[in-house]
Design a protein around this ligand. Structure first.
Ligand code: COA
Ligand code: ZN
Length: 324
């Protein structure tokens, strides 16, 4: 039988980026970056056209000591014009701490796989969902009080594979997304925690979620652990995704996922999309200036490539002996 040809999804003309280096990047660093330096860095990032910055996480200071100054960081940020401040929270306690600091968004975190959930959060996915239901209630009570309109996003770690269990079935991911949306969560981030995704898998899952939940803002979060970060981002964009997490310099990784390394690098992602004519809203030159300060901030070199190579528009003088 002749199968009707489905219309190809138009590739989006515009995307928006959530900068996660202050959270996903710093959580795995060996050294604690002093609070004032974090604040100065986030203020600099917020003037580059980034739409959203994940500034820190309100987790247990014993689990993530580098981010133990979360409240001071959020309340110290000066430039919030045009940029939303979001923070990662794993439980009700983290949510209450975050709401007290008047964040614009909370990013709930849970795992799609049991083993990573237990290793990272000491919770199975089912236990995380119970926490999330309680978190939504806390936000509703808070909304009717001091501060209204906090956006509730949820990040689903190990969506594309788990470093302990291997494959995570797509049906399981879809069932969890359905539960998250059913709880009243407004946005969902699909995370490739240890760079196990491939572009064909990404395209399939992105098409599936966009078809099933066209009104839900989905964000894609890739790690470049196996060099597939940009290819995966491209596949997601071709499927119609407009929202990406990325980390300045390519920092990042979950301390409780063996083998985890950096996120897809923000300036490399912006460079790729802008050179394709896709509007990221980011001033790449300004972002590169902030990226160039990273080795001093964290005390070592970073994986980002464009900051070293320059943009593809960079030109060199011909060597004198090659001139006629
Ligand atoms: N903020 C601050 N402290 C918190 C907290 C939060 N969100 N949640 C729990 N705590 C404190 C408790 O008050 C308790 O303190 P105490 O020992 O002084 O009494 C301690 O942490 C243990 O609390 P408990 O509820 O038993 O948590 P747990 O030990 O089972 O840990 C998490 C669960 C989720 C709090 C912890 O695993 C965590 O913060 N993980 C972070 C994971 C992460 O960010 N990974 C990287 C990002 S993907
Ligand atoms: Zn991550």
């Amino acid at each position: 039988m002749h199968k009707p040809m489905s219309q190809p999804t138009p590739c989006p003309a515009k995307i928006e980026i959530n900068e996660v280096a202050p959270r996903d990047g710093l959580q795995i660093e060996a050294r604690f970056v002093p609070t004032e330096e974090k604040i100065r860095w986030i203020d600099a990032l917020s003037t580059t056209g980034l739409r959203r910055i994940e500034a820190t996480s309100f987790t247990s200071p014993k689990a993530i000591p580098n981010l133990r100054d979360a409240a001071d960081v959020v309340t110290g940020i000066l430039s919030r014009e045009g940029v939303d401040i979001t923070v990662l929270v794993p439980n009700v306690k983290g949510t209450e701490r975050a709401l007290a600091c008047q964040v614009d968004e909370i990013n709930l975190v849970m795992s799609a796989s049991n083993s990573h959930g237990l290793a990272n959060l000491r919770m199975t996915p089912e236990q995380s969902l119970e926490q999330f239901a309680a978190i939504v209630d806390v936000c509703k009570q808070f909304d009717s009080g001091k501060h209204s309109g906090v956006f509730i996003n949820a990040s689903l770690s190990t969506t594309f594979g788990c470093p302990f269990e291997g494959e995570v079935p797509e049906a399981r991911v879809l069932a969890l997304v359905e539960k998250l949306i059913g709880l009243g969560i407004q946005g969902v981030t699909l995370c490739d925690t240890t760079g196990m995704a491939n572009p064909a898998q990404v395209k399939r899952l992105c098409e599936a979620v966009l078809e099933r939940w066209p009104e839900t803002p989905f964000t894609l979060h890739f790690h470049n652990t196996r060099g597939m970060g940009l290819a995966n981002a491209l596949a997601a964009w071709q499927a119609g995704i407009t929202r990406f997490d990325a980390s300045l310099g390519g920092l990042g990784g979950c301390p409780f996922a063996p083998g985890a390394t950096g996120n897809v690098c923000t300036e490399d992602l912006v460079h790729m999309f802008e050179s394709m004519g896709v509007d990221t809203g980011v001033d790449l030159d300004a972002l590169l200036e902030v990226a160039a300060t990273l080795p001093d901030l964290i005390g070592h070199d970073v994986p980002g490539q464009v900051v070293k190579a320059g943009k593809s528009t960079r030109r060199y003088a011909m060597p004198p002996n090659a001139q006629t």
